[in-house]
Ligand binder design. Structure first.
Ligand code: TXA
Ligand code: MG
Length: 379
């Protein structure tokens, strides 16, 4: 039986909340991507999350929280005190600079930001993969907030995809990924952001490390904390400090099932001739998906006409992340576009052009592409 897709109504949310309270797992919309939610303090529910996703238990989960109803009118809610009271965060190891920076960052909640902070013993080791820290996020999607309030407890929720696959950005994507393994998906529409949250580690001495780029950019984090943010390279070795801080960052993620190759330059360069390594790939495939960073339907059609001679014999299926190069639009469409090229019956491999500007959100888009694909110059 496929999962039931529940509309976002009070009665359906109550149904989903009751299932969660019984220890079941439910597909939950958030503004970033859809999550697979289960009770954060219930080991059986946590085990169910890992089993449903085929996720190895060395990859820790994010715990989702909502502000209590009665605090809604307070302008400057003290999240840290709330998280300590909720038996999630241990503040004893946090020095004054760390506390100041956590206060500054948590002003972005609810939103697409996850903070990695020292955990209390009450947080099950399964949620944190045995780490001394716990990842916490207050999502801003109204359905996620309503569900968290209805359950009355924090919910652990990784992205609702099978392990290593593309994150889902609609209820239909969750159905395609996990529909045969779960009973309910709350439908909150298409995700506003479309990339997973920014993950930030704040150390006891106040040092700030960006573990996963997202819609809250490094530039924003630096300006609101005054910290110089360190960013780990994504190819980290198993004994690097990053691997110890965030084991999930080691593995290749977000991959379509068809091979995805990252081009060193834009498709517009092909006018001067298709580069030799690309030629070899084109010769192997009958149908190729072309992931443009930007372009209107009309521009993509003219590109095909202009390059018709060199592409003779290859069926090309171009798709653009954004019409005019807006990074927010590009982020929103990234996983959806990759998913549709992946599902296209004639597409055998996907080529992606580089993100032209890797500052701000462009860095997060480029990060996901690097994890999903391989660079073409190794061939
Ligand atoms: O936007 C999101 O963050 C979505 C929605 C559902 O909230 N969730 C999500 O979860 O992307 P997931 O499990 O796919 O990615 C969580 C990542 C892990 O791979 C891991 O790298 C990092 O967060 N993480 C979790 N707990 C951590 C910890 N204690 N220390 C360091 N990194 C942690
Ligand atoms: Mg994920």
């Amino acid at each position: 039986m496929p999962a039931r897709i529940l509309p976002f109504t009070p009665a359906d949310l109550a149904l989903a909340a009751a299932a969660l309270r019984r220890g079941e797992v439910v597909g939950m919309p958030t503004e970033t991507v859809y999550g697979l939610a289960g009770l954060a303090f219930d080991e059986q529910a946590l085990a169910r999350i890992f089993a449903t996703k085929d996720r190895p238990t060395f990859d820790p989960l994010i715990v989702h929280v909502a502000r209590p109803e009665h605090s809604q009118s307070a302008i400057d809610f003290d999240w840290l005190t709330f998280l300590v009271g909720a038996k999630l965060v241990e503040s004893a190891q946090l020095g004054p600079l760390a506390i100041e920076r956590i206060h500054a960052l948590s002003r972005l909640w609810p939103g697409p930001l996850t903070l990695v902070l020292p955990k209390q013993p009450a947080v099950p080791d399964l949620a944190t993969s045995g780490l001394a820290t716990v990842a916490i996020r207050a999502p801003r999607h109204p359905a996620a907030q309503a569900l968290l309030r209805a359950v009355g407890q924090p919910l652990a929720a990784p992205s609702a995809n099978r392990f290593g696959r593309l994150s889902p950005t609609s209820a239909a994507d969750v159905q395609a990924e996990l529909g045969d393994r779960i009973d309910m998906i709350v439908d909150g529409g298409c995700c506003e952001i479309g990339l997973e949250s920014t993950v930030v580690h704040v150390a006891g001495n106040g040092d700030v490390m960006l573990l996963r780029p997202g819609a809250v950019t490094r530039e924003t984090i630096e300006s609101i904390t005054g910290a110089q943010v360190r960013t780990p390279a994504i190819t980290v070795s198993a004994n690097s400090p990053v691997a110890q801080l965030s084991p999930g960052l080691l593995v290749s993620h977000y991959a379509p099932s068809k091979p995805l190759y990252l081009l060193p330059a834009s498709f517009h360069q092909w006018k001067q001739g298709v580069p030799e390594p690309v030629r070899k790939l084109l010769d192997q495939a009958r149908g190729v998906g072309l992931l443009f960073y930007s372009g209107s339907d009309q521009e993509l059609a003219s590109w095909l006409t202009e390059n018709a001679d060199q592409l003779a014999g290859v069926s090309c299926f171009p798709a653009a992340l954004s019409v005019g190069g807006d990074p927010a639009e590009g982020a929103r469409n990234l996983f959806r576009t990759l998913r549709s090229l992946d599902a296209h019956p004639q597409v055998e491999l996907i080529l992606a052009e580089p993100v032209p500007d890797e500052t701000g959100l462009g860095y997060a888009i480029a990060d996901r592409l690097r994890r999903a694909g391989r660079k073409i110059d190794i061939f």
